[in-house]
Design a protein. Structure first.
Length: 316
């Protein structure tokens, strides 16, 4: 039985309004990443359940007639907590990378949200999001009772039928990519031209950025991944120098070109440094136009030139 999937970009938050109680429940065994959830969601109440407390809750809940295997029946346990308290129930160790308000802000009218399990027709039992006291959960418990040891299939069918019977957006099944945005570290992306420089990295691990803007924003993840260290100390020899510039006026290029030269002269470079200059396209008019003679005198070699240029110094 296929369930309609909803895709979201949870970085595009438009509102903080939502219907989900700001509670995060952690089932036993999920303690390892609790701090990451606390740090990114300081306004949420954190409840870390132990086995004894869960058993007491279950015995006095809408699931009191169901024989539960606490090692396997995460859907049943999570459903009970969702019904009685609402919030976000986490049953597998997951690290948090984005505030839950970013996610919930994309679901302002949602009462129940689950995640699809990537690459299958099943649901992911590690995170369930719900309002409290959803009456349909009483019927869900009856289905669980009738179908022992098939809780994952029962829950999936319940979600599908609830989606069909509810207003659009009230019950949603989120694509596994949405969970990845929430619980996986973002992939590092950097300017593709930089890969050509990795075989000629300088001896110094220090870098310096002049006038940080768009280009240096693309270069910084690359430098961080390489383990390079930013410094403003005049005593350190710089291995990678980035002279950035958000715009460049080709009708009046001299002031910005002079500014690049002055910034360059204030930096002590190591003998095999890399110099990257923004706004330096082919054609001779760019931020680096007055730097070229100095770089050439320092045995500099142009490695590539696109909308910016990269030079590599070589020891004489």
């Amino acid at each position: 039985m296929n369930v309609k999937l909803t895709e979201l970009n949870i970085t595009d938050i438009t509102t903080t309004n939502h219907s989900i109680p700001e509670i995060i429940h952690f089932l036993p065994g999920c303690e390892s990443w609790i701090e990451s959830w606390k740090e990114l969601n300081p306004e949420f109440v954190i409840i870390s359940w132990d086995s004894t407390s869960l058993q007491k809750i279950m015995k006095n809940s809408i699931a009191n007639n169901i024989q539960i295997d606490y090692a396997k029946d995460d859907f049943i346990v999570s459903s009970v907590l969702c019904y009685h308290y609402g919030g976000i129930v986490i049953s597998k160790p997951e690290k948090c990378y984005v505030s839950l308000r970013n996610l919930l802000g994309c679901l302002p009218n949602t009462l129940l949200a689950v995640f699809a399990l990537g690459g299958s027709s099943l649901l992911d039992n590690s995170i369930i999001i719900s309002s409290a006291k959803i009456s349909a959960f009483n019927s869900l418990m009856e289905y669980f009772l009738k179908a022992q040891n098939k809780s994952s299939a029962v829950f999936r069918d319940f979600v599908k039928s609830s989606m069909d019977a509810s207003n659009d957006g009230a019950i949603v099944c989120l694509h596994s990519n949405v969970k990845d945005q929430l619980t996986k570290a973002p992939k590092i992306q950097y300017n593709k031209n930089l890969a050509s420089l990795e075989s000629m990295l300088p001896s110094s691990d220090f870098f310096k950025i002049i006038n940080p803007s768009t280009l240096s924003g693309e270069i910084m993840p690359w430098l961080t991944q390489l383990g390079k260290k930013e410094t403003d100390l005049s005593t350190e020899k710089i291995g990678i120098l980035v002279i950035d510039n958000e715009t460049f006026n080709k009708e009046a290029p001299v002031p910005e070109a002079i500014g690049a030269v002055m910034a360059f002269q204030d930096v002590v470079l190591c003998d095999d440094a890399i110099v990257i200059v923004a706004q330096s396209p082919p054609g001779g008019i760019g931020v680096d136009m007055m730097l070229i003679p100095q770089l050439t005198m320092m045995n500099g070699k142009e490695i590539y030139r696109t909308d910016h240029v990269a030079w590599k110094l070589t020891k004489s």
